[in-house]
Design a protein around this ligand. Structure first.
Ligand SMILES: *Cc1c(COP(=O)(O)O)cnc(C)c1O
Length: 356
């Protein structure tokens, strides 16, 4: 039996979007394709408040994370580790032979502008990598403030952002916040099937890419740009997913991007309040609580695995704690096309199963 997903990706996909995957194939050098590609890009620009170039990458987000590093790091990257996904940036950089330094905080804590300032002041960095929403802990880092600090004091340092589990669920003003690279896969807050990643690239990041050596072939910004100007991609794109994204962007614009952000904030507040009533929040400082995922401390010592087994019988699935947090916490995702009534239903089921 299929379950409604309250996990941080893949997320619940509505029928209209699933059906948009079932189109006849079109040639990717046909104007039908370019029209679709061009429409998607324009809608994404609107949602991200940007005039920067946007590429559609047929890959999961991790692929484009690797691409971003290979295009933009020439000397040394500053990595900011506050959990499993932000750690991944550093792992990818090291795997690609790039020099890094890492700011590491305890899981559940956020990265602050002061920490970034202190490190960058040592000099030698050409880039800083931020995970906007750390999915493993439920922390949203103060991206706007960090970017403002970097751009004011270290204008040559590029700001690269993993916005995977937050893009389309909260405001990201790419141009106003001066973000050089921002990327996200489609299977999280976008509420599409996995396999596609969108990335916004600034002039500065693009210029950097032009002089970077050994950046590989598939994710080369210069190659992507060469085709993007014709609303195409260098290799065969995931056409079905791009059509689904086009339909989903229409749904997002119809809801209103700001209304969509508000809906996420309201769902987050509801789940946070519920967590505080029956358990406790994993994140100590409430100003960093995520709008798309809540990490709940397992203060009652329940078996999260058993809870999920019972929920499965009722048609739902939530997430156990990530890695070392398994059974110590559990996570409820409230992103994408989930609605307030879905969250109310879920918490009602949990109360019933646990006899709270
Ligand atoms: C899910 C996730 C990723 C990895 O995405 P894939 O699509 O599995 O490659 C990276 N960063 C964050 C913050 C995520 O939530």
């Amino acid at each position: 039996m299929y379950k409604k997903l309250f996990i941080p990706g893949p997320t619940h996909v509505v029928d209209e979007v699933l059906e948009a995957m079932a189109i006849p194939m079109i040639g990717h050098r046909d104007s039908l394709y370019s029209d679709m590609h061009g429409e998607v890009v324009e809608k994404l620009k609107k949602m991200l408040y940007t005039d920067n170039r946007i590429y559609l990458s047929t890959s999961s987000s991790t692929g484009m994370m690797e691409g971003a590093i290979r295009n933009c790091v020439q000397t040394k990257a500053l990595m900011t580790d506050c959990g499993a996904f932000s750690k991944r940036w550093a792992q990818i950089a090291t795997a690609n032979g790039k020099e890094t330094e890492v700011i590491k905080v305890e899981m559940g804590e956020a990265i602050t502008p002061e920490m970034v300032d202190e490190k960058l002041a040592q000099g030698g960095f050409d880039s800083v990598f931020i995970t906007h929403n750390e999915t493993s802990t439920g922390v949203t880092n103060p991206l706007k403030e960090i970017a403002a600090l970097v751009k004011e004091k270290y204008p040559d340092v590029l700001v690269l952002v993993d916005a995977v589990s937050i893009m389309s669920g909260a405001e990201i003003r790419v141009d106003d916040w001066d973000l050089d690279v921002v990327l996200a896969g489609t299977q999280k807050a976008f509420a599409l099937p996995p396999g596609l990643c969108v990335i916004a690239v600034s002039d500065a990041a693009f210029e950097r890419s032009k002089t970077t050596e050994n950046k590989g072939y598939y994710f080369d910004f210069v190659a992507l740009e060469g085709k993007a100007v014709k609303s195409q991609t260098p290799a065969t794109p995931a056409l079905s997913l791009i059509n689904a994204l086009n339909v989903q962007m229409d749904r997002i614009i119809k809801e209103g991007v700001e209304n969509r952000f508000t809906r996420h904030a309201e769902m987050a507040k509801y789940v946070q309040d519920w967590a505080k009533e029956y358990f406790a929040l994993y994140v100590n400082d409430e100003k960093y609580l995520s709008p798309t995922i809540t990490n709940i401390k397992n203060t009652r010592g329940i078996s999260v695995a058993d809870l999920n087994k019972e929920l499965a019988k009722r048609g739902a699935m939530l997430s156990n704690g990530y890695g070392a947090l398994k059974e110590k916490s559990f996570r409820i995702a409230h992103m994408g096309d989930l609605q307030m009534e879905d969250l109310k239903w879920l918490t009602g089921q949990i109360e019933d199963i646990l006899e709270l």
